[in-house]
Design a protein around this ligand. Structure first.
Ligand code: FE
Length: 219
């Protein structure tokens, strides 16, 4: 199975002025592509060649894990963004957020603080745990919550390559810009779907596959 670079679900300049065309050209066209190329080279002729990306992420270590997870994480991250700016977090999913975090503003503050305080490179995730509660977690480097038995709903890439061209060292400014681009309708759809399939054994694999089929993970 050859892993393919997933196309961006929007034009390169669609997220301006918050994330520039130049940043996306490097982020998707160079960094994301490099992970795809690396993984295909690494798995050729190995036991990983014919298994799906999520399984590789759950069982592999070292460079194979790093490149596989970075591919999945980036595809998921780009899908979280939408050119129509300032989607507001409202309606039933805002109530879910309030149930887990107390208020939408505390949720945002916690997410931003987690993103700013993550040392070095990594990812901030909003996830659903097996009890059905939502959590914000930090993952360093290529970390992916599927390995912890958690269902990813939203992620923010805090590797410097995600923001340095636009914001240099000002990660906080990038996080605020990212917040304006979040497609909350999609995040809610992922949550609703995860709650519906929750009791199923192997629920993470089921979630990933079925939500990908429905275009919720990768488009
Ligand atoms: Fe990245």
């Amino acid at each position: 199975m050859k892993v393919e670079l997933h196309r961006l679900p929007f034009e390169m300049n669609a997220l301006e002025p918050y994330i520039s065309k130049k940043t996306l050209e490097f982020h998707h066209g160079r960094h994301h592509l490099t992970y795809v190329t690396n993984l295909n080279n690494l798995i050729k002729g190995t036991k990983f060649e014919n298994i799906d990306l999520e399984t590789i992420i759950k069982v592999a270590e070292g460079p194979v894990f790093n490149n596989a997870a970075q591919i999945w994480n980036h595809t998921f991250y780009f899908a979280c963004l939408k050119p129509e700016k300032n989607y507001t977090l409202k309606g039933p999913f805002a109530d879910v957020i309030k149930g887990s975090f107390g208020s939408v503003s505390f949720f945002k503050d916690t997410f931003v603080k987690s993103a700013v305080s993550l040392f070095g490179s990594g990812w901030i995730w909003l996830v659903m745990n097996p009890k059905g509660s939502l959590e914000i977690i930090q993952e360093s480097n290529a970390g992916n919550p599927l390995r912890r038995g958690l269902i990813p709903l939203l992620t923010c890439d805090v590797w410097e390559h995600a923001y340095y061209l636009d914001y240099q060292n000002r990660r906080i400014d990038y996080i605020e810009a990212f917040w304006k681009l979040i497609n909350w309708q999609l995040i809610e759809k992922r949550y609703t779907f995860a709650t519906e399939i929750g009791p199923i054994v192997q629920w993470i694999s089921t979630f990933v596959k079925a939500s990908a089929d429905k275009g919720m993970v990768i488009s």
